[in-house]
Design a protein around this ligand. Sequence first.
Ligand SMILES: [Ca+2]
Ligand SMILES: [Ca+2]
Ligand SMILES: [Ca+2]
Length: 160
Amino acid sequence: MPHEKLNNCLKDQVMTSKLTLLAGAFAALLLVGAADDASAKGKKDKATKAAGATAALAALDPDKDGTLDLNEAKTAAGAVFDKLDPDKDGTLDAKELKGRLSKKKLAAADPDKDGTLTKAEYLAEVEARFKAANKDNDGTLDAKELATGKGRKLLRLITP
Ligand SMILES: [Ca+2]
Ligand SMILES: [Ca+2]
Ligand SMILES: [Ca+2]
């Protein structure tokens, strides 16, 4: 190989490896950026959920003691039930529930299997979710407990 050609060939190789390095560095930057975004999003989600739970709690807590007790949850649930039952026949069917309960959950909460929930059945489901969300078993739910997955499942049934 003539000297010049060899030189060019080497230059090409150096260029290629530099480009590969650059591409690698760029990809790494992108990855770091994506990871940052994901953790920022996670934090934001958590903050949003906590803020949502705090706001929901404020609306559900007539005695303003900063926690939700079972009576308060049931009172709120009763109001939601009445609102969802515009034909006032005392039962909610899947359509009236508007996705607050999945089909499976509706079936589980409906022991007489007539496809609708009476207020008593609805309140029993509320009580079960309240207990599931009340991790420390102190009889009340605070904003932190309401922000958990189980807490939000309860909120779905008791917030307008
Ligand atoms: Ca309260
Ligand atoms: Ca029923
Ligand atoms: Ca608690």
